[in-house]
Ligand binder design. Structure first.
Ligand code: UDP
Length: 252
C-alpha cells in the first residue's frame, strides 16, 4: 500500500535524534534532529546586562542562522530577511515558558545553527533551544515543543519534510515514478503549519500557516500536534534525565 514519500504513517514523526551539551564553552547546548533537519542551539548566560540593570526581567536574544552548506543550493552566509524573522518567531515561541523575572537585569543569548535543512528548521530549533535552556539552568515552567503539522493534498499529516512541503498533485501527474503518491495524499498542494506548544498547559505559543485549510481540518491538525508534542516532550525529558545522571549532576 502507498504511504508517505518516505514510507511514514500520517501521524509518524521523522526519526528524532538528540545530543546534549555538545558545545564546551556554552552554558547549555543541544542538537535536535527531525530526520535530515538538524538544529544546534547554544545558550550563553544569564550574564549581567550592560545596557541597564533596572529591567524587571532578563532579556532574551535569539539568533537563528542557516549554514551555507545546510541546503542543496549554497545559502548566502549573510543573514537574510527570513533568518531575522525566524529569530524573532523562535524567541516569541520560547519566551512564555521562561521565568525571566527570576533573573532580572541579565541577558540570555541563544545561538542557533542549522547544520542540515529538510523543512521544519524553526521547529527543530525550538526543541534544540528548549533543551539547551534547560541544561543552562534558565528558570522555565516546562519545555517548549516545536513541530509542524499540515495538510498535503487532502491528508492531515505531522512533521512535513521538504518534498511534502513542495507537494503539488498537478506536477506529480507528469512524473511516472511519483504519480502513485496522489493515491495517498489526494489532490491539491501543501499547507504547512509550524507550531510550538507548552505541553503541560496545552498552550500554543506559535501557530503559523502557509497555505489553505478549513476550520475542521485546522482543528484536526492542531489536535494531532498536541498529541505528538507529548511524545516529543517525553523523549526530550528522558534524554535530559539520562544526561544529568550520567554526568553526575542528577539531583532528584
Ligand atoms: N530552504 C532552502 N533554502 C533557503 C530557505 C529554505 O533550501 O534559503 C528549505 C529548507 O529545507 C527549509 C525549507 O526550505 O527547511 C522550508 O523553509 P521554511 O522557510 O518554510 O522554514 P522551516 O520549515 O525550515 O522552518
Amino acid at each position: 500500500m502507498v504511504k508517505r514519500f518516505d514510507g511514514r504513517e500520517y501521524n509518524e514523526l521523522r526519526k528524532i535524534n538528540i545530543k546534549l551539551n555538545v558545545v564546551d564553552n556554552a552554558k547549555g547546548s543541544a542538537i535536535f534532529s527531525f530526520g535530515d533537519t538538524v538544529a544546534l542551539a547554544a545558550v550563553y548566560g544569564p550574564k549581567p546586562s550592560k545596557m541597564s540593570l533596572d529591567y524587571d526581567k532578563a532579556f532574551l536574544r535569539v539568533r537563528y542562522n542557516m549554514l551555507t552548506f545546510s541546503t542543496p543550493e549554497r545559502k548566502k552566509p549573510t543573514p537574510g530577511r527570513r533568518e531575522i524573522e525566524l529569530s524573532e518567531v523562535i524567541k516569541r515561541a520560547l519566551e512564555p515558558a521562561l521565568l525571566l523575572e527570576e533573573i532580572p537585569g541579565s541577558i540570555v543569548d541563544i545561538y542557533i545553527e542549522i547544520l542540515n535543512a529538510d523543512a521544519g528548521t524553526r521547529t527543530a530549533s525550538i526543541n534544540a533551544a528548549s533543551l539547551a535552556l534547560s541544561l543552562a539552568g534558565i528558570p522555565m515552567k516546562d519545555l517548549v515543543v516545536g513541530l509542524a503539522v499540515g495538510k498535503i493534498g487532502e491528508k492531515i499529516v505531522v512533521d512535513l519534510n521538504k518534498e511534502e512541503e513542495d507537494y503539488d498533485s498537478e506536477k506529480l501527474k507528469k512524473d511516472p515514478e511519483k504519480s502513485k503518491y496522489i493515491e495517498y495524499y489526494g489532490e491539491g498542494r501543501a499547507t504547512d503549519i509550524p507550531v510550538a506548544i507548552i505541553p503541560s498547559e496545552k498552550k500554543f505559543t506559535l501557530i503559523q500557516l502557509d497555505g489553505e485549510i478549513s476550520n475542521k481540518e485546522l482543528n484536526d491538525a492542531l489536535n494531532l500536534a498536541l498529541e505528538k508534542s507529548l511524545e516529543i516532550k517525553n523523549l526530550m525529558k528522558s534524554n535530559i534525565l539520562k544526561h544529568l545522571s550520567s554526568s553526575g549532576n542528577f539531583i532528584y
